[in-house]
Design a binder for this molecule. Structure first.
Ligand code: ATP
Ligand code: MG
Length: 256
C-alpha cells in the first residue's frame, strides 16, 4: 500500500492542473497499492475532486502523468479509462432517478443498453439477460439493497444512493474504484456500513481510492492516507500519522 514498495496499481507523477490562471493541482504525487484502500483527505477546495477528474480523464492534465498498471493513461478519454477497469463514483450520486434500483445496475453493465431494461419490463429473457439480473441481485444482496430492488431510485436515502453508486460500479467488474466522498452527509451507522463493504470488496481483490473529509469515521478502514492542501500533498502515511501531522492539524483548524 501507499509508498511501501508493494505492487502499485495507480500512480500520479508531478500532476499539474491549471484552470485558466488558477493552479489547482501543484505537482501531485500519489501511489495506490493494489488491493489497498487509499484515502485522500483535505479541506474544501484543496483539489481532491480535481485530482479524481484528472485521473479518470474527465479533465485533461496540464502536465505530469497518470500511470495505471504500468501504462501511461494521462491522455486517455474517460471511456477508455473505464474500459481499462477504473470506475468512479461522484460527490453527488448520479443514478437515473426514474429507474428502479435493479435497472440502475443493469444499465451500468458494460456494453448493454435499453434492451436489457425492456426485457425486464416485458419478461422476455435470454440467457445473457438472466445472468445479468442474477449478477445484479448478488451485488444488491451484498450491499443489503436487495429488498429495494423494485423501488425507483429517487426514493432512496442519501446513504442508500451512495451504496447504489457502489453497486453500479461493481457491475463493471472494475479493478480500481475511485470514490468522491462516499460517506459525506451519510448517517454514521450507514457510513460505517459503506466502508465495511469497501473492506470486504478489497479482500476480493478490488482496489479503492477514496476522497473524504472525514477521517474520524474512515480511519480504521483505510491502509494509507494522503492529505492535500492547496493542490499539494502535505502529508502521507498511516491514518494515525497523518491526523497527528502538525501541518494537517494546521490546515484543518485554520480552515474551520
Ligand atoms: N471546472 C472548474 N473550473 C474552474 N475551477 C475549478 C473547476 N473545478 C474546480 N475548480 C477550482 O479548483 C479548486 C479545487 O476544487 P476541487 O473541487 O478539486 O476541491 P475539493 O478538494 O474536491 O473540495 P471539496 O472538499 O469542497 O469537494 C477550487 O478552488 C475550485 O473552485
Ligand atoms: Mg470535492
Amino acid at each position: 500500500m501507499g509508498m511501501k514498495g508493494e505492487d502499485c496499481i495507480l500512480e500520479t507523477r508531478n500532476l499539474i492542473k491549471f484552470f485558466g490562471d488558477v493552479l489547482v493541482l501543484n505537482g501531485v504525487n500519489v501511489k495506490v497499492g493494489r488491493e489497498s484502500v487509499t484515502l485522500i483527505i483535505g479541506p474544501n477546495g484543496s483539489g481532491k475532486s480535481t485530482l479524481i477528474n484528472v485521473i479518470t480523464g474527465f479533465y485533461p492534465a496540464t502536465s505530469g502523468k497518470v500511470i495505471f498498471e504500468g501504462m501511461d493513461i494521462t491522455r486517455k478519454l474517460p471511456y477508455q479509462i473505464y474500459e481499462l477497469g477504473i470506475v468512479r463514483t461522484f460527490q453527488i450520486p448520479q443514478p437515473l432517478k426514474n429507474m428502479t434500483v435493479l435497472e440502475n445496475l443493469l444499465i451500468a453493465q458494460k456494453h448493454v443498453g435499453e434492451n436489457v431494461v425492456s426485457a425486464l419490463n416485458y419478461g422476455r429473457w435470454n440467457k445473457f439477460e438472466e445472468e445479468l439480473v442474477e449478477k445484479a441481485f448478488k451485488i444488491l444482496e451484498f450491499l443489503k439493497l436487495d429488498h429495494l430492488w423494485h423501488e425507483k431510485s429517487y426514493k432512496l436515502s442519501g446513504g442508500q444512493l451512495k451504496l447504489l453508486e457502489v453497486g453500479r460500479a461493481l457491475m463493471t467488474e472494475p479493478k480500481l474504484i475511485i470514490m468522491d466522498e462516499p460517506i459525506a452527509g451519510v448517517a454514521p451507522a450507514l457510513a460505517h456500513e459503506i466502508l465495511n463493504r469497501v473492506v470486504e470488496l478489497k479482500k476480493k481483490g478490488i482496489t479503492f481510492l477514496i476522497v473524504e473529509h472525514r477521517l474520524d469515521i474512515a480511519l480504521k478502514y483505510v491502509d494509507y492516507v494522503y492529505a492535500m492542501a492547496s493542490g499539494k500533498v502535505i502529508a502521507e502515511g498511516s491514518g494515525e500519522e497523518v491526523i497527528n501531522n502538525p501541518q494537517v492539524v494546521e490546515v484543518y483548524i485554520g480552515g474551520m
